[in-house]
Design a protein around this ligand. Sequence first.
Ligand code: RIB
Length: 306
Amino acid sequence: MSDLGASPGLVVVGSYNQDVVLSVARLPAPGETCLALKRTDVPGGKGANQAIQAARCGARVAMVAAIGRDTAGDEALAVWARDGVDASHVARIEGHATGLGLILLDSLGENSIVVDSGANAALGEAQVDAAAALIASARLVIAQLETSTAATARAFAIARAAGAETLLNAAPAPDGPLDDLLALTDILVVNEGEAERLAGRGDLDSLGQALLARVRRAVLVTLGGEGAVLFRKDGPPLRRPTYEVQVVDTTGAGDAFIGAFAARYAETGDAAAALPWGLAAGALACATLGATTSFARRDRIEGLAG
Ligand code: RIB
């Protein structure tokens, strides 16, 4: 890994959404209307969630993102400022609303999410090129699939050329195999459904091994309440259970996992050592409502993960 001097350790090229969480007794069936018990507005978006969790773990983090020139966009900048995330490469897009996440949350803590991409869709290769020096200075560049894969591929190519590593969270579940992007990916993080979209049906081990053959270093498959498995080129698969918590809301738990894992990985270069941090952050994120509103700070994560 490169010597970063004063530049950010992590660069997240990804989304910001304003999440509207509607609490319901149970998720409605197709064609059914139900009344929400409560509405809560919280900052979200997979990219921003991962950036904020990494920052709360003590990493230096910068966002490359696109938001609207609206109240939700103002809130995004305030959120990043509060957590010390560098937003100097965030673009404000005229004529587009900031991304929106509409989340239905049932009484068991399970959710359904629909995202209106809004300004996130305007994050393109030109914006990535304008952030090339920042991206080249990172230890780890992180992206998801809520923004353009062409822009992500450009960011990963810049990172690779500069000796930085890349982490792709292939979420939401992709429509195609993503071959070009996986070829530029060091660490892939997916849940089982996303793994199947990329590699077809199979048992966990064959899915993990098939995906591992397509990336440079490692594949992490998250299993919700069952923990996660790390498939790696430099050792046998490593399966770890998660930590026990009373589940209130699972929204953003996967993002918390990635943010904390990435922060620890950037410090240590050791994916196996970073795995417990991801699991601890993911578990703690389930204990209260919302995505970023439920993310723990470093001392609590370290206390749980050791
Ligand atoms: O992973 C959870 C996130 O997915 C939410 O914050 C929502 O905005 C969507 O991006």
